[in-house]
Design a binder for this molecule. Structure first.
Ligand code: TA6
Length: 315
């Protein structure tokens, strides 16, 4: 079982505007849709598409419970989300326009999670998670949710001996690194922040991280990624595609990566699926859709370059 943990879930309000989104201009809306939001929930959606048994854990607001439940049902998300009374699940506004030049995301903070609900999550992990499972904690922390609480979750998962992945940023990412989790996926800026006090070269710093963390991915958006596992380090170049909405591409990458790891695929296959699925996601206009067959069709267009002494292009 793979457990995804979304501490700060969201409903994505996808707004499509006509022409190019421009400041100081009246931007006219073509269409508005609601989609699943929150990084761990997105990962669950990907795992479900790969038919990997998974359960989404986290919290959900009482006030717009029905709307969120409907979205979870449409996306076939198996979940155990603890309901926060009197709270509303936040909205993340995602704006796309006709320029095919990236989406814009404006997100609310989210709701305060009570100590009782935090404890319910801890108890659930204690009772259900086993060493054979995988867990991925993804997305921002809710307001006032302390680093201590996040560390408590990580400690409980560590105690269980399961594989732990984290798609976190800032202090939460630092905590994940200190805890020596098994997988992280910072983007370039998050990684630079992490290496702020280190003098060595960016690539050497990534290599160093991989001495403590089994799988380190640094995503570079359109420019692909670095992937390091033990002594193996790869620079991955994605296929060239026509971009429609890049929101959620990182979550699809993480979901496909974990799905392939869970299936026992070799690292290069893992990288191909993660990169291909994420590219497929970017060609779609909503925040979650991607196509596994389309991703497989991209495999020949993905370049995987092995770095180090024995540098060579693998495909
Ligand atoms: O990665 C995209 C996304 O999952 C959006 O769908 C949106 O809900 C957002 O991230 C939430 O990110 P955050 O870091 O605030 O948890």
């Amino acid at each position: 079982m793979i457990y995804t943990i979304t501490l700060n879930p969201a409903i994505d309000r996808l707004i499509k505007v006509r022409g190019s989104l421009t400041k100081k201009k009246t931007n006219r809306v073509n269409n508005t849709e609601f989609d699943l939001g929150g990084k761990g929930l997105h990962v669950s959606h990907v795992l479900t598409k790969f038919r990997i048994e998974n359960q989404a854990l986290g919290f959900i607001g009482e006030n717009n419970l029905e709307q969120m439940k409907k979205i979870l049902e449409i996306k076939e998300i198996n979940h155990q989300l603890f309901v926060e009374k009197g709270a509303s699940t936040r909205e993340c506004i995602v704006i796309v326009d006709d320029s095919h030049n990236g989406s814009m995301m404006v997100t609310e903070d989210g709701f305060h999670v009570s100590d009782e609900n935090h404890q319910l999550l801890i108890d659930f992990i204690q009772q259900q998670v086993t060493s054979k499972d995988m867990a991925i904690i993804a997305g921002s922390l809710p307001p006032d949710y302390t680093l201590q609480k996040l560390k408590e979750i990580m400690r409980m998962l560590k105690k269980k001996g399961c594989f732990i992945g984290c798609d976190l940023s800032g202090e939460a990412l630092t905590a994940a690194v200190e805890m020596e989790v098994d997988f992280i996926k910072p983007n370039q800026f998050e990684a630079e922040e992490l290496f702020a006090n280190q003098e060595s070269h960016f690539v050497d710093n990534i290599r160093k991280l991989a001495k403590k963390i089994a799988y380190v991915v640094v995503s570079l958006g359109k420019d692909g990624s670095y992937v390091v596992h033990g002594e193996e380090m790869y620079r991955v170049l994605p296929p060239q595609i026509k971009e429609r909405n890049d929101t959620g591409a990182g979550d699809v990458f993480v979901g496909a990566f974990l799905a392939q790891l869970a299936k026992g695929a070799d690292l290069q296959t893992v990288i191909r699926y993660a990169t291909g699925c994420s590219a497929s996601k970017v060609t779609k206009s909503d925040c979650t859709s991607f196509d596994i067959h389309e991703a497989e069709g991209f495999f020949n267009e993905i370049t995987i370059f092995q770095m180090g002494e024995n540098q060579h292009v693998i495909s």
